[in-house]
Design a protein around this ligand. Sequence first.
Ligand SMILES: [Zn+2]
Length: 221
Amino acid sequence: MHEHPPIDYEMHDKLYLTSHKLIGKTEILECYHSENERYVVRLDKTLFHPQGGGQPCDKGTLNGHEVLHVTQNRDGQVLHYLPVSLPLGPVEMKIDQMHRLAHARLHTAGHLIGHLLEQTGWQAIKAHHWPGEARLVFRQSNNALPPSLEDLSARCREQIQLAHPISIHIHQGHRQIAIGKLGQYPCGGTHVENTAELNGLTITRIKNKKDELSIHYEILD
Ligand SMILES: [Zn+2]
């Protein structure tokens, strides 16, 4: 779904790649002033998923101080932006659970729709999993026919009811996310652990233009 560079070297410091933990302890390695009265904090290990791969960043706190934004720089380092400067040394991380879950659900739903469309000959080329504007874009191959809204909705419901486990595999330095036996994608994002958590997935619009198909969706609670 989102190609990332090989990430074997990142497993040590990017805890969110292999763990669903929301609370943990780590060390602040670096803290410096940035623009807009913000401070940048770099951690030894982080639970915070940075913005990227079509997914917003995690929210949460470091020693109770709100983390305003999380990005990844060109060297692959995760940068946490805070309104205050923090001393170097031990720190407690807390991830906002509701926020993480909401984004992991939208993002994982993107994987599910991707697998279902690829079964019928469509190739996923774009994914965007922001609330209120989640969509996937597919390119046609093998004269695939566009699904109807009713048909795709029913197929999604069926896979949600089957409650497939979602698993993380590290293969040759790449992180693969598999939904049951439906398939897998290389991905660096955050996911739920079972398709049952995608209950409420609603396909809102299907647009077919030339050889491109856009699927718009949301998750209703
Ligand atoms: Zn993913």
